[in-house]
Design a binder for this molecule. Structure first.
Ligand SMILES: Cc1ncc(COP(=O)(O)O)c(C=O)c1O
Length: 405
């Protein structure tokens, strides 16, 4: 299929960029001697699992469905890790069969399911870890993504750990970062060294969680490699990382069509067939403004504060004329606004706009609120052939109806 034959809205996943990210991560695995897992919560486009599994050691799941998906699609000899704050017994029976590593969030959960996991551990089929809460926060502004914030239920605090780890536990896990560089990881690990040394001495492996922006341009990849080597040498531990974002960072777009233009008081508001609430929920939840291809930065503060209609162009960087527009959705939610952008011209009805970085936390979180159609899922191959764009999945009315009764 060619680009101009695609429908909107569509998520288009770029295989080339995905491969580039995977090469970076595989290089870390090889040079540091660690294992990297795909956190499926960020990206579970299983059509790409055969590609991802060529580069990474396995996956991590947030529960039984993701664990099953990995078991079915990621490859038999790969590791399948799972962490959930609490498991049901019927789920634990399945997880103990299909997972290689199971993480518990409390001593009570560990003991509650011991009869199910212990026989698997005895046979060497499963490894067990406890998630700890280092109570060491390194992020500001996104409290809902901070597992070390006050009142967090995620991870066992030092005060609630027994003096010696319960039998069967061979691993430790912490996840505290979100879109962060190397230094916050180092700082967090130093605090774990200070506060949990007796446990680091007794386990044989540690998972440093996700939130590492390893495939971002300015990430100190060599520093990470050195740091992991240091942990391994100092504590004699096998080291895991489980990033989600870093795997498919910048590896996807969302294309959308302008359906109408409404003349609101301050600027033209474009109504799109894509929705923040339905197709990119993090835009509202986080919140953030996703990159838009072709959008330009405003230069002066003056134009920021301008109360005049921005149908009149402002001066942008390098003297380019800019028009400010609001991109919004056709749902009934007043706040279903993707963002305000500066463009060299006001788009017309029928134009196609492209949002960037739409592979991660997009299709795993989308929904059909208001009866919105789900975007098609498209894989863009590297080739320049006619079939560069492969439609992986299309959704219709039944996908909406099926979830209701
Ligand atoms: C336990 C755990 N591991 C890994 C991740 C992946 O994080 P990221 O996508 O920011 O790398 C998350 C994200 O919430 C998480 O909760």
């Amino acid at each position: 299929m060619k680009y101009n034959e695609l429908r909107t809205p569509s998520y288009i996943i770029q295989e080339g960029k995905l491969r580039e990210n995977l090469e970076t991560l595989h290089n870390v695995e090889e040079k540091a001697g660690c294992k990297i897992l795909l956190a499926q919560k960020a990206f579970s486009m299983y059509k790409t699992y055969p590609l991802i599994s060529k580069y990474l050691s396995g996956t991590t799941a947030s529960g039984i469905y993701e664990a099953r998906l990995s078991h079915e699609e990621f490859g038999e000899n790969k590791e399948n890790h799972v962490f959930e704050p609490a498991y049901k017994s019927n789920e634990m029976k399945v997880l103990a069969d299909i997972c290689s590593h199971i993480y518990f969030n409390s001593i009570s959960q560990l003991e509650c399911h011991r009869k199910i996991w212990e026989p698997k551990v005895s046979k060497g089929l499963v490894k067990i870890a406890l998630r700890i809460n280092p109570e060491f926060s390194t992020q500001e502004g996104h409290e809902i993504y901070d597992p070390c914030s006050t009142g967090s239920r995620l991870g066992i605090r030092k005060c609630n750990l027994p003096k010696t780890l319960p039998s069967g536990v061979t691993g430790l896990h912490f996840h505290t970062l979100c879109e962060q560089g190397l230094q916050p990881l180092i700082d967090t690990f130093r605090s774990v060294e200070d506060n949990f040394p007796e446990y680091l001495e007794t386990v044989s492996w540690i998972n440093l969680g996700g939130g590492h922006h390893i495939t971002k341009k300015d990430y100190d990849v060599n520093g990470l490699i050195d740091f992991i080597k240091e942990i391994k040498a100092k504590w004699n531990l096998e080291v895991y990382l489980e990033p989600g974002e870093a795997i498919a960072l910048d590896a996807g777009t969302l294309i959308t069509t302008v359906l109408d233009i409404v003349d609101t008081e301050d600027m033209p508001t474009l109504i799109l067939d894509a929705s923040a609430a339905c197709h990119m929920p993090d835009v509202i939840e986080m919140p953030y403004t996703p990159p838009l291809f072709g959008a330009l930065e405003e230069e002066s503060e003056e134009s920021d504060e301008s109360e005049e209609s921005d149908v009149k162009p402002n001066e942008g960087k390098s003297g380019v004329k800019l028009y400010k527009v609001r991109l919004a959705s056709r749902t009934c939610l007043a706040g279903d606004v993707i963002g305000i952008y500066c463009l060299p011209e006001v788009p017309s009805v029928g134009d196609i706009l492209t949002f960037g970085d739409m592979a991660i936390y997009s299709m795993v979180k989308n929904n059909t609120f208001n009866g919105m159609a789900l975007p098609d899922i498209v894989l863009e191959h590297d080739s320049d052939l006619e079939d560069r764009f492969e439609i992986v999945k299309q959704f219709d009315y039944l996908d909406f109806k099926m979830r209701l009764s």
